[in-house]
Design a protein around this ligand. Structure first.
Ligand code: ADP
Ligand code: MG
Length: 259
């Protein structure tokens, strides 16, 4: 069998057209006598079909992930964050850390692109075949608190512990109640060394005592989260005014460059 036929066999396998794949040799031999271009035409159509299905899978997985918006790494303006090396971001997008069960902590003040990067990395992970939920720390803890009051805590913890990747956005926007902090700790412990837990936070790790309202829980959490995580700290001003200036909602500040 030549290379072109092998490629066609692979495509038919991916499309689960196994009956066609198994008879391919005979079919092509017969058809080639009548139409020598059939092989190329079939390969081209199969490639288009594989690409179409892959796009649909990505769209569906992104919808299921419940991202707050659509953002990619290509949309991220690296010139606005010179301290973040584009190569580092491209490396993160390869998602080796997901395979290793490591985490990423994206830290920085509001508007610097933490959620943007978390969504972009989530989409990159989907492209690599992972399915992921995206949630905020508040929604996660509210759900766990409710589950506990309804006697379903175990079920809920298992639900969140299962995915290989769980992205938790906006940790620290609201301080946790002491009980809620402990619920979050239980989830982190479940996932520890099993699944990745990228987190975005507007608070530096030194301020997590205040976020969790309990230094013992905060220390235990940080111990687990920092052990296998890369910390990406984004500094600088919010990107939001730039977006507004671009869309004409804000006048350019005197002396600012046209962005
Ligand atoms: P954060 O989560 O840090 O508060 P976001 O990620 O929500 O901030 O960013 C706020 C808005 O600014 C979003 O629309 C995001 O896409 C945009 N943004 C932030 N940083 C950048 C950047 N470096 N390049 C392009 N857009 C950016
Ligand atoms: Mg955010």
């Amino acid at each position: 069998m030549n290379l072109a036929d092998e490629r066609l066999m692979t495509l038919l396998g991916r499309l689960q057209l196994t009956a066609l794949r198994d008879q391919l040799d005979t079919l092509l031999d017969e058809a080639a006598r009548r139409d020598p271009n059939l092989r190329e035409a079939l390969t081209f159509r199969c490639q288009a079909e594989v690409a179409r299905r892959e796009r649909r899978r990505l769209e569906m997985a992104a919808r299921l992930a419940k991202f707050p918006f659509t953002r990619t790494l290509e949309d991220f303006d690296c010139t606005a964050r010179p301290a973040l090396a584009p190569k580092h971001l491209r490396d993160l997008a390869l998602c080796r850390w997901v395979g290793n069960g490591d985490g990423v902590l994206l830290l920085g003040p509001p508007g610097v692109g933490k959620t943007h990067l978390a969504v972009a990395l989530g989409r990159a992970a989907i492209q690599q075949g992972y399915s992921i939920p995206f949630t905020t720390a508040t929604a996660l803890v509210t759900g766990l608190t409710k589950a506990r009051s309804e006697g379903r805590l175990e079920e809920r913890l298992s639900h969140w512990a299962k995915p290989k990747l769980l992205i938790v956005d906006e940790l620290g926007y609201l301080p946790f109640e002491p009980n809620a902090a402990y619920l979050f700790f239980q989830l982190v412990s479940r996932r520890y060394e099993r699944g990745s837990l990228p987190i975005t936070s507007n608070r530096s790790v030194g301020e997590w005592d205040q976020v969790f309202g309990d230094p013992v829980v905060a220390t235990a959490l940080l111990d687990r989260l920092l052990h296998h995580s890369q910390v990406v700290t984004i500094r600088g001003e919010s990107y939001r005014p730039r977006e507004k200036r671009r869309s004409g909602l804000l006048k350019p500040t005197p002396g600012s460059s046209t962005e």
